[in-house]
Write a protein that binds this ligand. Structure first.
Ligand SMILES: NC(=O)c1ccc[n+]([C@@H]2O[C@H](COP(=O)([O-])OP(=O)(O)OC[C@H]3O[C@@H](n4cnc5c(N)ncnc54)[C@H](O)[C@@H]3O)[C@@H](O)[C@H]2O)c1
Ligand SMILES: [Zn+2]
Length: 399
């Protein structure tokens, strides 16, 4: 079935309220009963107790040579992108007749990265979260994951994790936010995860800094009438592979091309099943302008721009843009370089994907040498506010 941009609505997430309530109860319980509760939840949901795994040097994991090389290539490319990002941010200083002013960029010192491992061990997420943190200068970089897959451990080691704790789910986020036997309380937790992980991050935001809450993964593919149907169909199926909530929307202003796409989809058993569950959706736009408007309303996590008539400058709301059919999201997932931890469910309208910026804080600095005029003006405002000691503090310094 081909939908229309004017009537399309994002599918609502199932069980949202129930997950909020359940995670809220888990967090309260962990706050009250601490490590005992953390261990109980791990044993109940994962059938193991949390443990610290000592990381070995990357080479000691003896991965298959092709995989080892691929992980090293990914790490190099992710690190290069992160370094360029770091270099694009500058400290700043200037002076005027009264003094000097500036800003310093300081890293968050203690961070933890959640690396999903329930359904699949996300080797790439170890690189995508820990490398930018290292480049930003975070001192303590704890990896948290329910997976102890050797390639995931090797990737965490290569990315520079300073500790690895095998723990999953909301209890992992609580453990890092409150501190526990296995790790000290951290200042920041980043990384994607399932609905329990995301909800725990959202609820603990007042205690710990987080990156954006990543919900179910999604792609919006904008296509003109010239695109390779087989490639883009596989991209849609690949997106849905992330999980039962993942969504792939293929939108075009080429009606015939969409019909061709639908025919191919119907012939492909997995694609047909995904379309029946609304995980792959086809959407027709009357005009190119409608297509652009739709993309900006959608605010996709991943946007594949396979449309020669649409320039990236028209796309205001998307977490990461992949231009041209030779730039599939699956490549960005692993090793083109930009981060794969991205804002989902239209939050690209207000948030960015994970980057070196997330791990930095701005500290402002000021040195006043000769401030009489400024003391006078500030004292005027202080008096108007009724803050007499503020005014005195200023006037004492006047000649
Ligand atoms: N947006 C992004 O950038 C991005 C990137 C990669 C992955 N992801 C998402 O990460 C998610 C990975 O999910 P996953 O489940 O495979 O791994 P996960 O590691 O996020 O979650 C597994 C943990 O969930 C907990 N859990 C399982 N069932 C539970 C229950 N009934 N109640 C409470 N806790 C429970 C367990 O403790 C388990 O360790 C996917 O949804 C994927 O789309 C998003
Ligand atoms: Zn993917």
């Amino acid at each position: 079935m081909i939908l229309n941009t004017s009537t399309w609505q994002r599918p609502t997430l199932a069980d949202e309220h129930e997950i909020q309530t359940r995670v809220g109860a888990m967090l309260n319980d962990i706050r009250e009963r601490g490590d005992i509760a953390i261990t109980e939840y791990s044993e109940r949901f994962d059938r193991f107790a949390p443990e610290i795994i000592e990381l070995k040097p990357f080479v000691d994991y003896q991965l298959a040579p092709a995989l080892a090389e691929a992980i090293k290539l990914a790490a190099t490319r992710i690190e290069r992108f992160a370094k360029k990002q770091r270099d694009s941010l500058t400290e700043m200083q200037f002076s005027d007749e009264f003094g000097e002013y500036g800003q310093r960029l300081l890293p968050i010192e203690n961070m933890a990265a959640y690396i999903p491992g329930g359904r699949f061990p996300l080797i790439s997420t170890a690189l995508m979260t820990l490398i930018p943190a290292r480049i930003a200068g975070c001192v303590s970089r704890v990896a948290l994951s329910p997976s102890d897959h050797p390639a995931l451990l090797a990737a965490a080691s290569l990315a520079g994790a300073t500790k690895f704790v095998r723990i999953g789910g909301a209890q992992a986020i609580a453990a890092a936010a409150y501190g526990c036997e296995w790790l000290s309380r951290v200042d920041m937790i980043v990384g994607p995860g399932n609905a329990y992980v995301a909800e725990a991050k959202a609820q603990l935001q007042s205690r710990v800094r987080i990156d954006t809450v990543a919900g179910p993964s999604e792609v919006l593919i904008l296509a003109d009438g010239k695109q390779n149907v087989a490639w883009l169909l596989e991209d849609a199926i690949a997106q849905a592979e992330h999980g039962p909530d993942a969504l792939a929307v293929v939108a075009s202003n080429g009606r015939q091309w969409l019909q061709m796409f639908e025919q191919s989809l119907q012939k492909n058993e997995s694609a047909r099943a995904l379309a029946e569950r609304q995980q792959i959706q086809l959407v027709f736009a009357e005009t190119k302008a409608d297509l652009i408007e739709f993309a900006n309303r959608f605010g996709a996590e991943h946007l594949m721009l396979c449309h020669e008539g649409i320039g990236v400058e028209t796309i205001r709301h998307a977490g990461a843009v992949f231009i041209g059919a030779r730039s599939p999201v699956a490549l960005g997932d692993y090793l083109s370089g930009p981060n794969h931890t991205l804002p989902t469910v239209a939050s690209a309208r207000r948030s960015s994907g994970l980057s070196v910026l997330d791990f930095l804080r701005v500290q402002t600095v000021q040195t006043i040498r000769n401030g009489s005029v400024l003391y006078q003006a500030a004292a005027e405002i202080a008096e108007a506010e009724g803050l007499q000691h503020h005014a005195r503090s200023l006037r004492l310094r006047m000649p």
